[in-house]
Design a protein around this ligand. Structure first.
Ligand code: ME8
Length: 694
C-alpha cells in the first residue's frame, strides 16, 4: 500500500517584531501533529516560514535605518533560532522574499489577470497598516480597525482587484459538501454567514510601498499581501516548478492558523485556488488565542511573553506541554507564569517525572536495574495493559480530531494509572518476600513496559523528554521508532536501565515569581505574589542540598521554638528597639514568615526501612491526589507497619533532598522531649489527606 502523506502548515509569521508564546503555540501544535504522523509511518511535510513583505515592514526597516531585507534577515534568524530551541521539526522554512516564491506569485498573478479574474480599478477607502488589510467603512468600529482596534488610514489608489465575488457560490457549495473543511465546526457558520453577506472583490496590489513582489504586468505596483502570503503553501512544495513533488503533497492536509486569519484561509485562499483550478486544502483549523490575565498580548501594552525567557527558565518541553495542554480545541487559553509552574509541578514533576523516578529506583533496588521477565499476569496487570493499549488508540484518535490537549489528557490518565498501580501492587512489600519474586517481576515488567509506551507516546508532544525517558529505560534509537513499537510486549526482559536525574525538577513557585517581581519589564503581565495567599502556592524544587544538610533538618524541631499563632498580628506593637531585642531573644518570626511554611496533612500508604540506615524509614504518602516519598528519622520509634493508614503532618514546601540515596519530598512533624520520647503529629478528627494545617 502506498505510504500515506501528511502536509501541514503554520501561518508564515510577520518579521515585523519578535515572536511571542502565541506564535509558539501554533508552531508547537503543528510540530506535535507532524511528529505524530511521522511516528505512524506517514510521509510528512511540515512547513513554516516568514511573511516578509509589506508597508509595515518597510516602515519599520526605515525607522531602524536598514534595508527591508537586512531588517527581516535579522528577525527571521530569531524565528529560526526559537524554532530550534523548541525542537520544531519543520521540513522547510519558506521566506516570501526568496526568488522561488517571487516566480510563483508572479505566475499566479499573471494567470489570474490573463483569465480576467484580476482587473485594474481604483481603491478608495480605509486601510489598516498593522493588519495589512483594507476595510469597508461599514466594518469600522468607532473609526478603527475592527480586527485590531487601531486607527485606519484613508487611502485612494489605483489597484488591481481579484474577482472574489465570482467564486462565492462555489465556495459555499464546497463548505456544505465538506463539513470538515473549516475547523472548529463552530466557526463554520460564522464563515458561511460572512460569505452570504456578499463578498467584495479583493484589492491585490498596492502602489504606496515598494517592498513586495512587483506586479508582472505593471511595474509601479507590488502584489499585496494575501496572494503573496497564502501562495507560500504552494511554492514550498514545487508548484509550477516540480510537478512530481507538488502533486505528491497537494492538497495540504491541514492549514493551522489562529482565529484571526481563519477568514483569509477559508474564504480568500479557496477563492484564489478555485480560480487557479487547484484543489482546496482538506482542512483549515483556526485555533483560539493564548491570552493573559490582562487580556490579549500586544506590543503596545508591553505585555508580550517571550518564549525564549521561559525556555531559559523551564526548558522547551515544559513550555510545549503547557501550551498544548492549556489550549483546548478552538478555545482561548490563559497564560500566567504561576499557571505554567503549577502545570510543571503537578503534571511533569509529580505525575510523569515521579512515575519514572520511583519506578527506575525500584527496578534498581529490587531487580538490580534489569527488566525482569514477567510471570503470569493477574487482573490488575491486564487492566493496566489494556489501558495502555487503549491510550495508544485514544491519543491517535484525539490527534486525528486535532485535539492535542485531550490527547495529553489521555496520556496522563495512563501515567496516573501507572502511579496508582505501583501504589496498590506495592513492589516494596513484594520485594521483601522471596516467595513473591515472580509477582514482583510481573509488576515491575508491567510498570516498565507502560513507561516505555508512555515515552514513545510523549515524544510527539515532548520530544526531549520522550528521548530522555527512553534512554533512562535503557533503550536506544528513539528517533527511529514507529507506531509498531507501541505494541505491548516490546520491552525485552534483560534490558538494563540507566536511571538518571528526575525528568522534571519541581519549581519553587514563590522563588520563581519573586524573580519576576524584581524584573518588572520582563514578564510584566504576571502579578507579583504578596501575602499569605501567594506563599500558599509555593512548592519545592529539585534540590542539590546535601544529605548532611537534610539530616540536620530532620533532627531539628520542626516548628520554631515559639511559633506565632495564626491570629497573631504580624509585628509586636512596641518601639522598634525593643522589638528588635525581643526578636533576638525569643527568635520571634512574623506571621508572614510563618506563612512561608506550608503544612499539610498526608496519609501514609506504605512504609519501609531504608537499607543501611537504622534510623530512617521511607514512607510513601498521599497528599490529596499527589503521591510523595518522605524519608524520616523515626525508625527507632515506629515499626513501618504501624504507620500505614495514619494521617500525619508534613512540611509540604520543603526542598526535596536525598537521604542515603533516597529522595525525600517533604518532612514529617514529630514532637520529641529530652527523655527521648517521640510522637508523630496527627489529627484526632477525620480530615482529608491534603488538608492545609494553619
Ligand atoms: O497573520 N495566541 O502573521 P502574524 C495564539 N503573516 N496564536 C497566536 C497569537 C496568540 N495570542 N498571536 C499570534 C500573519 N498567534 C500573517 C499570516 S499566513 C499565509 C500569513 C499566531 O505574525 C496565530 O497562528 O500576525 C496567528 O494566526 C498567527 O500567529 C499570526 O501571525
Amino acid at each position: 500500500m502506498a505510504q500515506r502523506k501528511f502536509y501541514i502548515t503554520t501561518p508564515i509569521y510577520y518579521p515585523s517584531s519578535h515572536l511571542h508564546i502565541g506564535h509558539a503555540y501554533t508552531t508547537v501544535y503543528c510540530d506535535t501533529l507532524a511528529r505524530w504522523h511521522r511516528l505512524k509511518g506517514e510521509d510528512v511535510f511540515f512547513l513554516t516560514g516568514s511573511d516578509e513583505h509589506g508597508q509595515k515592514i518597510e516602515r519599520a526597516a526605515q525607522t531602524a535605518g536598514k534595508t527591508p531585507l537586512a531588517y527581516v534577515d535579522e528577525i527571521v534568524a530569531t524565528f529560526q533560532a526559537l524554532w530550534q530551541r523548541l525542537n520544531i521539526s519543520y521540513d522547510d522554512f519558506i521566506r516570501t522574499s526568496e526568488p522561488r516564491h517571487h516566480r510563483v506569485v508572479q505566475a499566479i498573478f499573471k494567470q489570474l489577470y490573463d483569465q480576467g479574474d484580476i482587473y485594474k480599478s481604483v481603491y478608495k477607502g480605509w486601510y489598516c497598516t498593522p493588519c495589512e488589510s483594507f476595510c469597508p467603512e461599514t466594518r469600522l468600529v468607532d473609526g478603527n480597525c475592527p480586527d485590531c482596534g487601531r486607527p485606519v488610514e484613508e487611502v485612494e489608489e489605483e489597484s488591481y482587484f481579484f474577482r472574489m465575488s465570482k467564486y462565492a457560490p462555489a465556495l459555499l457549495a464546497h463548505i456544505e459538501a465538506h463539513p470538515e473543511f473549516i475547523q472548529p465546526g463552530t466557526r463554520r457558520n460564522e464563515m458561511v454567514s460572512f460569505i452570504k453577506q456578499g463578498l467584495e472583490d479583493l484589492c491585490v496590489s498596492r502602489t504606496t510601498h515598494s517592498w513586495g513582489i512587483p506586479v508582472p504586468i505593471d511595474e509601479g505596483h507590488v502584489i499585496y499581501v494575501w496572494i503573496d502570503a497564502l501562495s507560500n503553501y504552494l511554492t514550498a512544495i514545487g508548484y509550477l516548478s516540480d510537478e512530481a513533488t507538488y502533486s505528491k503533497w497537494w492538497p495540504a492536509d491541514v492549514h493551522v492558523v489562529g482565529k484571526d486569519i481563519l477568514r483569509f484561509h477559508t474564504i480568500i485562499w479557496p477563492c484564489i485556488l478555485m480560480a487557479l483550478g487547484v484543489d482546496l486544502p482538506k482542512q483549515v483549523y483556526g485555533h483560539g488565542w493564548v491570552v493573559l490575565d490582562s487580556g490579549k498580548m500586544s506590543k503596545s501594552k508591553g505585555n508580550v511573553v517571550d518564549p525564549n525567557v521561559l525556555i531559559d527558565e523551564f526548558g522547551a518541553d515544559a513550555i510545549r506541554y503547557f501550551l498544548l495542554r492549556e489550549v483546548a480545541y478552538g478555545q482561548d487559553a490563559k497564560y500566567s507564569k504561576r499557571g505554567l509552574i503549577e502545570r510543571i509541578n503537578a503534571d511533569l514533576a509529580n505525575d510523569l517525572g515521579n512515575a519514572y523516578h520511583r519506578s527506575l529506583s525500584m527496578l534498581e533496588r529490587f531487580c538490580d536495574g534489569i527488566v525482569p521477565a514477567p510471570g503470569q499476569p493477574e487482573a490488575q496487570d491486564l487492566e493496566l495493559r489494556q489501558l495502555a493499549e487503549m491510550t495508544v488508540a485514544a491519543v491517535d484518535q484525539r490527534l486525528a480530531q486535532l485535539e492535542a490537549n485531550t490527547a495529553l489528557t489521555e496520556l496522563w490518565r495512563l501515567v496516573g494509572a501507572v502511579n496508582k498501580y505501583i501504589d496498590t501492587s506495592e513492589p516494596w512489600s513484594l520485594a521483601k518476600d522471596p516467595d513473591k519474586k515472580e509477582r514482583l517481576n510481573t509488576v515491575m515488567y508491567t510498570v516498565m513496559e507502560c513507561l516505555r509506551i508512555v515515552a514513545l507516546l510523549a515524544g510527539a508532544f515532548l520530544p526531549e523528554t520522550g528521548g530522555k525517558a527512553w534512554r533512562q529505560l535503557g533503550l536506544e534509537n528513539y528517533a527511529e521508532k514507529t507506531a509498531q513499537d507501541l505494541t505491548w510486549g516490546g520491552l525485552q526482559a534483560g534490558t538494563r536501565s540507566a536511571k538518571g536525574e528526575p525528568l522534571f525538577p519541581r519549581i519553587d513557585v514563590a522563588a520563581s515569581l519573586a524573580v519576576e517581581e524584581t524584573q518588572p519589564g520582563d514578564q510584566g503581565q504576571t502579578q507579583a505574589p504578596s501575602g499569605k495567599g501567594a506563599h500558599k502556592m509555593s512548592e519545592h524544587e529539585g534540590s542539590k542540598s546535601s544529605t548532611k544538610e537534610n539530616e540536620a533538618t530532620l533532627k531539628q524541631p520542626a516548628a520554631p521554638q515559639q511559633p506565632a499563632s495564626p491570629g497573631q498580628p504580624s509585628a509586636p506593637q512596641a518601639p522598634k528597639t525593643v522589638e528588635k531585642q525581643d526578636d533576638a531573644e525569643v527568635n520571634l518570626i512574623t506571621i508572614d514568615d510563618f506563612a512561608q511554611v506550608q503544612l499539610r496533612l498526608a496519609q501514609v500508604e506504605a512504609a519501609e526501612k531504608v537499607k543501611g540506615a537504622d534510623k530512617l524509614l521511607k514512607l510513601q504518602v498521599s497528599v490529596g491526589e499527589e503521591k510523595r516519598q518522605i524519608v524520616a528519622g523515626i525508625a527507632k520509634h515506629y515499626a513501618p507497619e504501624d504507620l500505614v493508614g495514619r494521617k500525619i503532618a508534613i512540611v509540604y514546601n520543603l526542598k526535596p533532598a536525598k537521604l542515603r540515596g533516597e529522595w525525600s519530598q517533604g518532612m514529617l512533624l514529630a514532637a520529641s522531649d529530652d527523655a527521648g520520647n517521640l510522637a508523630l503529629l496527627t489529627v484526632n478528627e477525620d480530615v482529608a489527606s491534603g488538608a492545609e494545617i494553619r
